[in-house]
Write a protein that binds this ligand. Structure first.
Ligand SMILES: C[S@@+](CC[C@H](N)C(=O)[O-])C[C@H]1O[C@@H](n2cnc3c(N)ncnc32)[C@H](O)[C@@H]1O
Length: 260
């Protein structure tokens, strides 16, 4: 691992998914499984109607499958062929239109301009874009893909730099009978990056699952929206319509493309 903040160090778009695909559903289902996904799908269906909707970083279909089941046509893009393979094994996946690609720039993905009623990105996935430029470009290409009146929905954590002690944090994320999961993170407040390695220690030895994020506060995301010609219309503290307050750890934000 090189010095903090070096652009070349940031993981490529397929690395996270290709590494974690085999354990992704087991790892996140206790806290982010069926109930959370259905709540997200209800919220999204209420904004998308029949669609089409596009999920950025669709992964194993945690949210896309219940959203499609509720009657919205869903397109999913992901950079990881292994995550998409896991999704294709699931019932209902044939109803999704899946594309292998980088959501950092949708212009090369053959999506007709101004065609989508909804673009959404959940579970901090937007922060997997390496820097502010990449995130600004993504907002612009989302705006180009939305039809007038269409919306962009983003779910992410609210950054909390007090989590880190002198630029680092190690936490115990889970303990099972024969294994333990540790999360080791370094924080660069200048680049607004956290680089985490999930370590699973068990009878098999140590397995490492990497994730790099470039975080942004809601205010910076709002500015990206304004640069892209989108207007903030809603901000919630969760999918069930919880109020967004100074104590909120996450936000669900909605930006709308104005009618022509
Ligand atoms: C945290 S997972 C979220 C998966 C799914 N949305 C969910 O909520 O369970 C992030 C997903 O985004 C994908 N991803 C990360 N960066 C990407 C990029 N630049 N372009 C396309 N997919 C990307 C990963 O492969 C992974 O499947």
């Amino acid at each position: 691992m090189g010095g903090i903040g070096e652009e070349s160090d940031f993981l490529g778009p397929a690395v996270y998914g290709d590494t974690i695909a085999d354990i992704y559903d087991d790892l996140y289902s206790p806290r982010h499984g069926q109930a959370a996904a259905v709540s997200a799908a209800d919220f999204l269906h209420g904004r998308a109607g029949a669609g089409p909707a596009l999920e950025l970083g669709v992964g194993t279909g945690r949210v896309a499958l219940p959203l499609a089941a509720s009657g919205t046509r869903v397109i999913g893009i992901d950079a990881s062929s292994r995550m998409l393979d896991k999704l294709r094994e699931k019932p209902g996946s044939a109803d999704l239109e899946l594309r292998l690609g980088d959501f950092g720039d949708l212009t090369g993905d053959g999506l007709p301009a101004q065609s989508l009623s909804l673009v959404y990105v959940v579970f901090n996935t937007f922060f997997m874009l390496a820097d502010q430029d990449a995130q600004v470009r993504c907002f612009a290409s989302v705006a180009a893909a939305l039809r007038p009146g269409g919306v962009f929905v983003l779910e992410a954590f609210v950054p909390d730099t007090t989590r880190y002690d002198r630029g680092q944090r190690v936490e115990v994320a889970g303990v099972a009978e024969e294994s333990v999961q540790l999360n080791a993170t370094v924080h660069d407040p200048v680049a607004q990056r956290v680089r985490t390695r999930h370590l699973v220690l068990g009878p098999h030895g140590v397995r490492t699952y990497p994730v790099d994020l470039r975080y942004a506060w809601p205010s910076e995301l709002d500015l990206m929206g304004r640069l892209a010609g989108l207007e903030l219309t809603e901000r919630w503290g969760g999918w069930a319509g919880e109020s967004f307050t100074a104590a909120s750890a996450t936000h669900v934000s909605v930006w709308r493309k104005p009618e022509a």
